[in-house]
Design a binder for this molecule. Structure first.
Ligand code: B3K
Ligand code: ZN
Length: 874
């Protein structure tokens, strides 16, 4: 690390900006060697700020000139240090002209203005605008923007920015052209965007409920036009859904989406001009799996929904990120639930949260949904801010009901449209609209860590009553001990011995209660007594995953099997099977009892498989064993390789015990002509194939080859490839080679090919991954490629945690190499070391050594520094 360690910013230090920017007129002169940017800003002192504060603009671009009210400022009139331009003694209001010079082709960070495939794109959230010009680059400074782009007509026929196009023309020699855009809405600089290049466009229209005719445009590379229809239909569905569910309409005449192959994340909600990773735009059935189609629909919706939750009402400061992200994830989850199966969507979301966010919340970078400090804001676009943030919003929805939630949203927009606000403001709108007190509930925003609920039930036969005792506690997280109790909505049902549902009636009720009751748990220990029961009920707890907590209840195995078969709550049917499987896997791992799976689990799976066709998408989830990363969280001093081995052994046993059923399931769902709505059948069929591939001496190679050759869609082709990915066989080699040849020109498809090989259970994975880094389709500068190959290797627990430390060494080397290119991507990668404290001491030490080597590296980015130093200090 360089001489001084990077410093953190704190929420408690928030102060209003000393100056405000009313308007900014930008001119981008795009030339071969560089781009010149001229910014003219109308600046005035902020009446709400301290009058003695000086003007300090954020910026890291090459500064060419500064003019104040038209007068060029001598270099002695300003200072520039640590990416801050200080202008002392400015008037109360004035016009500031700043000229900068950018080199987009040399910008590998993919923040600010950068080049990809000869075209130019921007990414400004959170602090990228300062790489373009000098500005008050903070979300509570909201200005009206106009943007003029000037460029060569041949090389850059398409010139886009936010808002409405108000003019265009040719320059004098007619070789170059210009386009001017005006955005009528005030916005923070992080929502600014430009795109310049050679792109094709799919155009369509949507008329809002209020009668505004909106032109919808999706810009992609010309070769990708055949993959844009799904994104367009997803956009229209999103627009309609937001009108129906939240009464929210689009507010400009044009909505543009641009797809780019070099992009740090999924997509960006810039006002009127979304920029997307190609991964979340391009899809047709030859190149995209069902999962990809679902991802495109969800991300298109997410970015569209940001227009209200994020753009019209934005964040006061970056600590409030979940204000827009948690809320918008909640909205996209609800949209997806309405577009497909609500239960399946809920299971997928909860499973993702538990496998990925729970570990984050238990690790060295754990932070509250509203963090209190950061070194590099890019490190806080986390599962906690997004997914746990969405769970927090969902809990409010559960507490106030759908109608109450809508009233809260309406009040939120009435109060705050056009403002930059805080998470407190959102909760206040929900509380005020529903006349409830959410004071204790707000602890979800400030206390990190996953709460644990220990629940027990006492039965009183004489009185026909059962009392449920709930104890909550929350583990310590970095900087936070002794947490106060959370307000937890706990949805509960009661099952009779015949599987029927009993009303959940409290002593205070004067009529039988509902079949699912949401209890408000607010104390460290609390007892709820249910009455009017003729038999001891079996509780179904935390229905539909009503809160992001871990729940312990001493179910007997048979009770779990019973819930798995009979619970009316689909989430808890799935959950009961997962709990049973988790117990079995950990028992095998610890070497307790028989060295084989219990009959109880095998029977439960057999039953699920027998009833699978009524909801194959659900069955595919229920018949999938808990992920290795989930098991890792439940075992101290874990040997990750052994966890993987035990899970594989369990899969092999299930394959054998249910062989005929798997075979029948595969056959029942094979050979169908493609229909989108059969995604569940494909999921079940491909799961069956993956089990069949584990049968010793079976013909999975032949089945997979047959499926691969006959496939009329990518889901089936990938299913076949995935089933063989761990094997050493001729069939495997043939299919993998064919795939690479067939899809050599499809970047996103090649990513899948890289990922399958990096995630394989084969002993030679590291060698394969190292060799694949030389493959012509791979590039260390492209985030998708890095995530597909190196990121997938980091998620491969067996290979990453190889006992000799080779996986750790490889990863540390790649982190350092990539950090020099793109710090954001590097800091995501290095996070795979974050579960160091869970693994057994010998490996933990090998991990520490590699992290220390990374930290000692000269010129390390703030991004990687923050993650690694937190890890080593934990
Ligand atoms: N708001 C962007 C994320 C920006 C990430 C910056 N590292 C996309 C989204 O959440 O919709
Ligand atoms: Zn978002």
């Amino acid at each position: 690390m360089s001489a001084s360690a990077p410093v953190a910013k704190y929420l408690k230090d928030y102060r209003p900006a000393p100056f405000l920017i009313d308007r900014v007129d930008l001119e981008f002169d795009i030339l071969d060697s560089h781009t010149s940017v001229r910014a003219r800003m109308v600046v005035k002192r902020n009446p709400k700020a301290d009058a003695s504060d000086t003007l300090q603009l954020d910026g890291s671009a090459e500064l060419v000139a500064v003019r104040l009210d038209g007068e060029a400022l001598a270099p002695s009139a300003w200072t520039l240090a640590d990416e801050v331009l200080t202008l002392p003694g400015v008037p109360e209001s004035f016009i500031l002209d700043i000229e900068t010079r950018l080199e987009p082709a040399a910008n590998t960070s993919l923040m600010g203005l950068y080049a990809s495939n000869g075209n130019l794109y921007t990414q400004c959230e959170p602090e990228g605008f300062r790489k373009i010009t000098y500005y008050l680059d903070r979300p509570d400074v909201m200005a009206k923007f106009s943007t003029t782009l000037i460029a060569d007509r041949q090389r850059f026929p398409v010139l886009l920015s936010n808002g409405n196009k108000v003019g265009e023309g040719l320059t004098e020699n007619r070789k170059r052209h210009w386009v001017k855009w005006v955005d009528p809405y005030r916005k923070p600089a992080y929502l600014f965007a430009v795109v310049a290049g050679k792109l094709s466009v799919l155009r369509d229209h949507y008329t809002t409920r209020g009668g505004r005719k909106v032109t919808l445009e999706i810009y992609v590379a010309p070769a990708d036009m055949d993959k844009t229809a799904h994104a367009m239909s997803s956009l229209k569905k999103s627009m309609q859904w937001d009108e129906q569910v939240f009464g929210l309409e689009y507010d400009l005449d044009t909505y543009m989406i641009v797809a780019v192959g070099d992009f740090n994340m999924g997509a960006m909600e810039n006002k009127g001009l979304n920029i997307f990773n190609t991964k979340f735009v391009l899809a047709n059935r030859e190149t995209a799996t069902d999962f990809d189609f679902e991802g495109v629909e969800a991300v298109i919706a997410h970015e569209y929904f940001h227009n209200w939750t994020g753009n019209r009402v934005t964040c006061r400061d970056w600590f409030q990120l979940s204000l827009k992200e948690g809320l918008t994830v909640f909205r996209d989850q609800e949209f997806s639930a309405d577009m497909q199966s609500r239960a399946v969507k809920r299971i997928e979301d909860a499973r993702g949260l538990r496998a990925l966010q729970f570990p984050e919340d238990a690790g060295p970078t754990a932070h509250p949904v509203r963090p209190e400090s950061y070194i590099e804001m890019n490190n806080f676009y986390t599962l906690t801010v997004y997914e746990k943030g969405a769970e927090v919003v969902r809990m409010i929805h559960t507490l106030v009901g759908a109608a109450g939630f809508r009233q809260g949203m309406d009040l939120y927009f009435r109060r705050h449209d056009g403002q930059a606000v805080t998470c407190e403001d959102f909760v206040a709108a929900m509380a005020d609209a529903n006349h409830i007190d959410l004071t204790q509930f707000k602890r979800w925003y400030s206390q990190a860590g996953t709460p644990v609920l220990d629940v027990s039930l006492d039965w009183f036969a004489e009185g026909g009553a059962a009392s449920l005792t709930v104890r909550q506690h929350c583990p310590d997280t970095p900087g936070q001990t002794d947490k106060l109790p959370f307000h937890i909505p706990l949805a509960v049902g009661l099952l009779a011995a015949d599987g029927s549902e009993l009303p959940v009636t409290l002593a205070s009720d004067d009529a039988p209660g509902p079949l699912t009751r949401v209890l408000s748990v607010t104390e460290a220990e609390q007892t709820f007594t249910f009455v009017g029961l003729n038999e001891k009920p079996l509780p179904s707890l935390l229905r539909n995953f009503s809160a992001p907590v871990r729940l312990n209840y001493a179910y007997r195995d048979e009770e779990l099997a019973f819930l798995c078969a009979h619970d009316s709550d689909a989430f808890n049917r799935w959950e009961a099977g997962q709990t049973l499987a988790t117990r079995e896997l950990l028992r095998l791992y610890r070497g307790e009892g028989e060295a084989t799976l219990s009959a109880c689990l095998i029977d439960a799976f057999a039953q699920l498989l027998d009833h699978a066709d009524s909801d194959p998408a659900f069955a595919a989830l229920a018949l999938t064993l808990p992920a290795e990363v989930e098991l890792l969280e439940l075992q101290d001093h874990a040997d990750p390789a052994r966890l993987c081995q035990v899970r594989e052994q369990a899969r092999a046993e299930l394959a054998q015990a249910l062989a005929e059923r798997w075979d029948a399931a595969w056959r029942r769902h094979s050979g169908l002509a493609f229909r989108h709505e059969d995604a569940g059948r494909r999921a079940l069929k491909n799961l069956a194939l993956s089990y069949l591939a584990l049968l010793p001496g079976g013909d999975a190679g032949a089945l997979a080859s047959q499926q691969y050759q006959q496939a009329d869609n990518m889901t089936d082709r990938m299913g076949a490839l995935a089933a063989l990915a761990d094997s050493h066989s001729h069939a495997r080699d043939t299919l993998f080679a064919d795939f690479a040849q067939r899809f050599a020109d499809e970047a996103l498809v090649m990513d899948k090919w890289f990922t399958l090989q990096a995630g394989s259970r084969r002993q030679d994975v590291l060698r394969t991954v190292t060799a694949l880094m030389e493959h012509p389709a791979f590039a260390l500068t492209n985030p998708n490629k890095v995530r597909a190959l190196i990121g997938a290797f980091g998620r491969n627990l067996a290979a990453f945690h190889a006992a000799d430390g080779s996986g750790y060494r490889f990863m540390a080397d790649q982190v350092l190499a990539i950090d020099a290119i793109n710090p954001q991507v590097a800091s995501r990668l290095v996070s795979c070391f974050n579960r160091r404290s869970r693994v057994e001491p010998a490996r933990a030490e090998l991990m520490r050594v590699e992290l220390a080597r990374v930290l000692a590296h000269d010129g390390l980015s703030r991004d990687v520094y923050e993650i690694v130093s937190k890890n080593l200090n934990a």
